[in-house]
Design a protein around this ligand. Sequence first.
Ligand code: IPE
Ligand code: IPE
Ligand code: MG
Length: 247
Amino acid sequence: MSYKEKLDIGKIPAHVAIIMDGNGRWAAERGLERTEGHRAGVAAVRKTVEAAVKLGIKYITLYTFSTENWRRPASEIKALMQLLMDNIGDKIFMDNNVRLRVIGDMSRLPLPVSIAIRALISKTENNNGTCVVLALSYSSRQEITQTVKDIVLKVKSGLIAAEDITEDLISRNLSTNFMPDPELLIRTSGEQRISNYLLWQISYSELYFTPVYWPDFNEEELCHAIYDFQNRERRFGKTSKQIAENK
Ligand code: IPE
Ligand code: IPE
Ligand code: MG
């Protein structure tokens, strides 16, 4: 039986975050350039988004390019930006009622890329199916630093008092304030680290690491991760007994 068939459709996570890793190694294993791995990675994004739509996942947050990835060779960055450019007009969004959002420092992207992305964000604004969130030029520490600055300014200007600062207020000032925290975080390629992704938001996420390289990720792999998630006990500090008794 496939994982897809085993899933409890009533318990699909509302927000799945994915660290899409392993494009380079996928390519190297085939004697290909790293860029070919990224190209195959785009195909996996398409398959995964379509699967998320079918499963009714409300938010899927894809780590697409980190702040640290700006340290890569210029030629690889250029190829990645070109791939973004070539795929951002993709009709997958309109055909599937998918909304696009971006988190990260878009000002660092090449202008044509940010213009194309902004256009697609506006075009898909009223789509109310799955929301695909691209983390682009994103790092969590940078996001949190910006949020601290924003909150300090609000306090200084008298808009809020220091006593008003709560966990909820911090969440509401992060760039992810339009969605719930991810219930599930998936990382492909066998690496078991977070790489500066959604540090605040994943405080109670279930983590799922798979050795599968990103270009080989697909609907069944997504269902496998969700199946695994569905069979975990999320205790949030309580005991198993309390959870069983719903207390
Ligand atoms: C993930 O694949 C894509 C990006 C980070 C842009 P990698 O390019 O990191 O692939 P590996 O980790 O070198 O295999
Ligand atoms: C994390 O992958 C960033 C993305 C998937 C976009 P990396 O491949 O850049 O992460 P590290 O450097 O191995 O931690
Ligand atoms: Mg990597």
